[in-house]
Design a protein around this ligand. Structure first.
Ligand code: GLC
Length: 552
């Protein structure tokens, strides 16, 4: 504990969290004081005893051990206005998806869709899918299940993992796990999938990052530092870091990944340096920095992390950023430049810029593009990466504003009738054949190829609150409310505007349900944002570049 105080300033939790929440609010301020009194006390100052005292200030949002799993949600009882009828339905559906291991809740299944002929692995607890469920439970003052999940997955990390004759890295976290109940022997066992059973044998690079981000959310929400400080958790963090900070032949600070490494877990041309992973990588590094105990080994990791964070933010903010000015510059690039004076560092051929991006780019606004590597810029918009860039402060404040400007300017394309398009635009015809390998599930404007995913609502809401645009969040939540319950909480919607329930979408998809609840609770009480958002790090100065959207 003592040690945490000594973490270099740009790594301490306190630094990340000193929001001026008041600027974000146009809602009842009732619950704000409570969290602020907690926020103002840096987590690094808390001893376990102090943490307990701090928790007393959290009044209704936290009642240690006191809530049964089937109570009325706290959030609806403390509402100063009538809760939407969907909220209670959503809580019921979320609780139906709970998975128990030896009578303890350890997660939520991906989908509770009895009508679907094929279960595949939707009856498993996915690490990424559980994140919005976890946030909903934390916001509702039920941290136990989150703690159980964190510990259970940590245990799974410790397993020896093999695919055929190949042994996976020690730090790898599973994509998902399943609890098998034996009714005769009355025993529960766990089967975990690290990619060895997954369709396409894809590596869940995002799992470890989500695990660290969730551990920080749990710590921040409960004030309970004791979990993160256990030897097991510290080891788990370090094992994940060892995997992603290891040295190789890389010339970039970004993390090299194979296709299918994230929420988009099929071939979709995201191999290379996908924004989805880079943003999560950045956020997980910042969270790890705040959670690590600065003993001798911890300090070494903290040092490596801060070096990587500096290089990563420089690289991302400069090379992945696209706005009108930048697009125009790339359009006029010279090629074949040699040496450090090169302007077109990655030798991008202007002819490779797709036509759509010229129309798509508004005069005001910008975004982080999908991928950057030699002679390759993937200009597609990816929602998760851009929202996480805002939440982690990978995006500078100006860039965050520009991303929100772009969403507003391209509302029809990115939100349409159902938030939120996972990728824009869809790929089609020859490109679809080459990029997806003719994947019939990923035809244009469906699933990962331009489908609309309700789960993304919580990330957009959080980004809206952080950038002071709650009215956008309200608008998107209303869109979701007009369809989600009626359509039985589909996994995704299809079509250019997201009007159709997805071709192979599961119903009662848990993260569609919990994503909605998290969005609602955050809008109702924006102080929840602190759980999942990191304040700008003043030491990571933005790259100075010419850019219209940065200056206006
Ligand atoms: C699909 C999604 C993936 C999700 C899983 C479980 O495979 O692509 O992101 O984790 O379903 O819902």
């Amino acid at each position: 504990m003592e040690g945490l105080r000594n973490v270099s300033s740009h790594c301490s939790i306190s630094d990340m969290d000193d929001y001026d929440l008041s600027r974000l609010l146009d809602k009842p301020r009732l619950n704000i004081k409570r969290e602020r009194s907690f926020d103002e006390r840096s987590l690094s100052e808390l001893s376990i005893g102090l943490a307990r005292a701090g928790l007393d200030n959290l009044d209704s949002s936290y009642s240690p051990g006191g809530r049964s799993g089937f109570d009325t949600p706290v959030s609806s009882t403390r509402n100063s206005f009538e809760p939407h009828p969907m909220v209670a339905e959503a809580w019921d559906a979320l609780r139906r998806s709970l998975v128990f291991f030896r009578n303890q809740p350890v997660g939520t299944i991906a989908a509770y869709d009895h009508a679907s002929e094929e279960v595949l692995n939707y009856d498993q607890v996915f690490v990424r899918d559980f994140v919005p469920s976890a946030l909903a439970f934390l916001m509702n003052g039920e941290p136990e299940i989150v703690k159980n999940f964190l510990l259970k997955t940590l245990q799974l990390q410790g397993w020896e993992k093999r695919i055929d004759r190949f042994k996976l890295g020690e730090g790898a976290m599973p994509a998902s796990f399943k609890v098998l109940h034996d009714p005769i022997r009355k025993t529960d066992t766990i089967h975990a999938d690290f990619g060895e059973s997954a369709i396409g044998r894809v590596a869940p690079v995002d799992s470890g990052f989500w695990w660290i981000i969730l551990l920080r959310a749990y710590t921040k929400s409960t004030g309970d530092l004791s979990l993160a400080e256990t030897t097991d958790c510290q080891k788990g963090i370090k094992l994940i870091l060892t995997l992603c900070l290891s040295e190789g032949f890389d010339t970039f600070p970004t993390l090299l990944c194979a296709d299918g490494c994230s929420m988009i877990d099929r071939r979709m041309g995201i191999y290379g340096y996908p924004i989805e992973i880079q943003a999560l990588f950045f956020m997980a590094l910042r969270c790890a920095c705040a959670l690590l105990k600065p003993d001798t080994e911890g300090k070494e990791f903290i040092d490596r992390i801060s070096k990587r964070l500096h290089a990563l933010s420089y690289h991302m903010r400069g090379y992945f950023w696209l706005d009108f000015q930048q697009l125009n510059d790339i359009y006029r690039y010279k090629t074949e430049e040699y040496s450090h004076t090169a302007v077109n560092k990655f030798n991008v051929i202007p002819d490779s810029i797709p036509d759509w991006v010229f129309d798509f780019m508004p005069t005001r606004g910008g975004y982080f593009i999908g991928n950057v590597s030699p002679a390759r810029m993937d200009f597609r918009w990816f929602a998760l990466g851009n929202c996480i860039a805002i939440l982690s402060s990978l995006a500078t404040p100006e860039q965050s504003i520009a991303i929100m400007d772009l969403i507003e300017a391209r509302w029809e394309e990115l939100v349409g009738e159902m938030p939120l398009k996972i990728v824009y635009p869809a790929i089609d015809s020859h490109e679809w054949r080459i990029v997806t390998g003719c994947d019939p599930k990923n035809t244009r404007w469906s699933y990962h190829n331009g489908g609309s995913w309700p789960v993304l609502l919580w990330m957009l809401t959080a980004a809206c609150i952080k950038t002071g645009r709650p009215q956008i969040a309200r608008k998107t939540i209303e869109l979701a409310e007009s369809r989600l319950l009626k359509d039985s909480w589909p996994e995704y919607y299809d079509g250019k505007l997201g009007r159709y329930i997805g071709k192979q979408a599961r119903k009662y998809q848990t993260w569609s349900i919990s994503g909605y609840l998290v969005a609602k609770m955050m809008l109702e009480d924006p102080s929840h944002l602190g759980m999942i958002s990191l304040e700008e790090d003043k030491q990571m100065k933005p790259v100075i570049r010419r850019s219209s959207s940065w200056t206006c």
